[in-house]
Design a binder for this molecule. Structure first.
Ligand SMILES: Nc1nc2c(ncn2[C@@H]2O[C@H](COP(=O)(O)OP(=O)(O)OP(=O)(O)O)[C@@H](O)[C@H]2O)c(=O)[nH]1
Ligand SMILES: [Mg+2]
Length: 376
């Protein structure tokens, strides 16, 4: 999974990136001059793997990974030149940044919620609701610019196309018009109900409002990092508030903790009364918002977690391991993680009747330990 960190200038994007990746990227002064792009890969911790590793003593334990991108700040000079640039500068739609944004699986939005007179806010005041809304608006504007161009192209294309191709192009035109109208009416693509064929058709445009959004409120140290944030109270439409994930943290503190040893950081956390690492919470909320779960595979060679969309059919889940697993799929032997731990082995699970045999269409659930039977 790839996640792009976006947000207004000086909201704490690079600090958040460092907190997540344990990195040393330099947080920049106002204006972000000289800012660079940063990329880091983070292992997704899953305590279940440690338990399974003790049971199977495998040669290796493999965790899922998330790749985080911290994009350079949007330079004011580039903003005036770029006709399609976002209005508040929460991301850069030029060059490589554009490819990363379009290719991302989700956006993590750094929202400034800390008070510090030394860090100048581009709008002059701290207002997390206003800032989050303006980032969401930027995503909307970016999509409308893309769809406007697509419509122009399609409109001209229908006239020139051979008669046989016209109905398909006409249909595409209607779908793009419908989606664009809905976005204009305030319904981002991620909230639009599309048929499978409509989704396939739109995929090539890599629209930004189709991607899940997680808001990370970068708060003062005195705020409780576990605190729930009401997005409705911050002025988001109720329907939008439902689809946007949120987490409250202090990026600066977390970035400092990320540089310490696990023991040292744990001690600090206990002293500060922080139960869960804010970064673990970011990952948990990300999984919830994107709709991801992990299934597990065990053996003497490898104990591993695989992240997939919740409810993915077993045959497609098998394909995440290897395409041959999907092609040669016979059935999946499934035992829930808790049952496997209680029984102590798959053989015992079979005896107790908690090991199930599932077919191609079985919707895989979080914590399913799966052995795929395949025909190669
Ligand atoms: N007090 C306080 N300062 C913070 C916090 N997070 C970031 N900062 C400071 O805010 C400034 C901007 O932080 P960055 O992480 O560089 O923000 P950014 O969004 O990457 O900035 P640009 O890339 O320039 O847009 C730096 O001076 C940080 O030290 C925080 O939680 N509390
Ligand atoms: Mg930065």
């Amino acid at each position: 999974m790839e996640i792009a960190i976006i947000g207004l200038p000086q909201s704490g994007k690079t600090t958040l990136f460092n907190a997540l990746t344990g990195g040393h990227a330099e947080a920049t002064g106002a204006g972000g001059a000289g800012a660079q792009m940063h990329v880091g890969v983070v292992k997704v911790d899953d305590p279940r793997l440690e338990v399974l590793a003790r049971m199977y003593n495998p040669k290796k334990v493999v965790y899922p990974e998330i790749k985080y991108w911290d994009l350079p700040a949007f330079e004011p000079s580039a903003r005036s030149q770029a006709s399609s640039g976002p209005s508040s500068g929460s991301f850069n739609l030029e060059g490589q940044s554009r490819n990363i944004l379009q290719g991302a699986d989700a956006f993590l939005v750094a929202v400034r919620d800390f008070n510090d007179p030394a860090v100048v806010h581009p709008s002059g005041s701290v207002d997390p609701g206003r800032d989050l809304r303006s980032v969401l608006e930027d995503l909307t504007l970016a999509d409308l610019v893309v769809l406007e161009r697509v419509l122009e192209r399609l409109d001209g294309g229908v006239m020139k196309a051979p008669t046989a191709e016209r109905p398909a192009m006409q249909r595409k035109l209607e779908i793009v018009k419908k989606v664009k109208q809905a976005i204009e009416d305030g319904v981002p693509l991620r909230r639009q109900q599309l048929t499978a064929s409509e989704s396939v058709l739109l995929a090539e445009y890599q629209l930004l409002t189709g991607k899940p959004v997680i808001a990370a409120f970068n708060a003062d140290e005195s705020r409780d990092a576990g605190e729930d944030v009401s997005l409705e109270a911050l002025g988001l439409e109720p329907a939008d508030a439902e689809t946007v994930g949120s987490v409250c943290l202090c990026a600066k503190l977390e970035a400092d903790l990320a540089l310490m040893s696990v023991e040292e950081a744990g001690e600090f956390r206990r002293e500060l009364g922080l139960v869960e690492s804010a970064m673990a919470k970011v990952v948990r909320v990300t999984y919830d918002t994107v709709g991801l779960v992990s299934f597990l595979t065990v053996g003497e060679d490898e104990v591993r977690a695989w992240s997939i969309p919740s409810g993915l059919p077993a045959q497609e889940a098998a394909g995440t391991i290897h395409t041959d697993f999907s092609r040669g799929f016979i059935r999946a032997e499934v035992i829930p993680y808790d049952d496997l731990v209680r029984c102590g082995s798959i053989a015992q699970g079979r005896k107790e009747g908690v090991l199930r045999s599932e077919g191609k269409t079985y919707g895989v659930r979080d914590g399913d330990v799966i052995n795929f039977l395949i025909n190669v």
